[in-house]
Ligand binder design. Structure first.
Ligand SMILES: C[S@@+](CC[C@H](N)C(=O)[O-])C[C@H]1O[C@@H](n2cnc3c(N)ncnc32)[C@H](O)[C@@H]1O
Length: 248
């Protein structure tokens, strides 16, 4: 609790991102990721490996842009910083662990932006020097605060936000690596499904390069006899996955 308060009070954040809830979400993410370190390790390992593979075979390695860099738990920063001339980390909030991790790295910069802002993805990923854009476990997070704010007054807002991010990624010239959770399953101790949530608000994705599960909340984290398991989809090259899924 005290450590959360420290992060809440001292993490640099704009008034809009404090008031809008981004800082609170970032602080909660940091503490949950530390509590659930063991349960999350397989997911984070898969995500990091997929992102590292997405760098293979690029003709050039000038700039890499990471959208939703957050705590960098699913981003192999050493690999990216060694490979690219420049790495730009974009998030609404850059928590202290990330600020500490980039200290002294001359080719890594932090960029603060709201990635639901129209044109934000194009502005960061559309630069002619960008060779790789990584959307790192961001997609399902984008609607959470806006949908929470509007309550039930707009049933389609979540889907529009998800679709806008996917469309923006699809427009980029750079290679795009996408890692996202798509579904939440709540299970009891007998493995029975007790609830299910579509994290992409009805939007569907093409078949992924890889899929795996992420035990987001093991038993005891949110409820004693329930756990939350997310299904994750990973794309080393989003443009290729899209082209593959289109009818010939
Ligand atoms: C599940 S976390 C994944 C973070 C990161 N990839 C990691 O390994 O820690 C989602 C991230 O998306 C960011 N985020 C959510 N909504 C955003 C928005 N509208 N604009 C920019 N970043 C946002 C959060 O601040 C958070 O860092």
């Amino acid at each position: 609790m005290l450590i959360d308060l420290f992060h809440y009070l001292t993490t640099p954040a704009s008034w809009a991102h404090r008031r809008g809830g981004h800082l609170r979400e970032s602080v909660l993410l940091r503490s949950r990721s530390r509590r659930c370190r063991t349960a999350w390790a397989p997911h984070l390992g898969r995500a990091r490996a997929l992102v590292a593979q997405a760098c293979d075979g690029l003709a050039q390695a000038r700039t890499c842009v990471v959208l939703g860099s957050g705590l960098l738990d699913d981003v192999p920063l050493d690999h990216l910083a060694a490979r690219f001339a420049e790495v730009r980390l974009v998030d609404a909030i850059h928590p202290w662990p990330t600020r500490w991790a980039v200290r002294g790295r001359a080719n890594v910069t932090l960029v603060t932006d709201d990635l639901t802002r129209p044109g934000a993805v194009d502005a960061h990923g559309g630069d002619a020097t960008v060779d790789l854009v990584i959307s790192a476990n961001l997609l399902s997070q984008l609607p959470i605060l806006p949908v929470g704010r509007t309550g039930e007054s707009d049933d389609h807002l979540g889907g529009r936000i998800v679709r806008a991010h996917l469309d923006a990624l699809s427009r980029l010239d750079a290679r795009v690596c996408l890692v996202t959770d798509v579904e939440q399953r709540e299970e009891d101790r007998e493995g029975r499904l007790t609830d299910r949530l579509d994290l992409l608000h009805g939007e569907t994705l093409p078949p992924p390069d890889e899929t795996w599960t992420w035990e987001l909340a093991p038993f005891g984290e949110t409820a004693r006899h329930r756990r939350l398991v997310h299904r994750v989809q990973g794309y080393r090259d989003w443009h290729t996955a899209l082209a593959r899924s289109k009818p010939a």
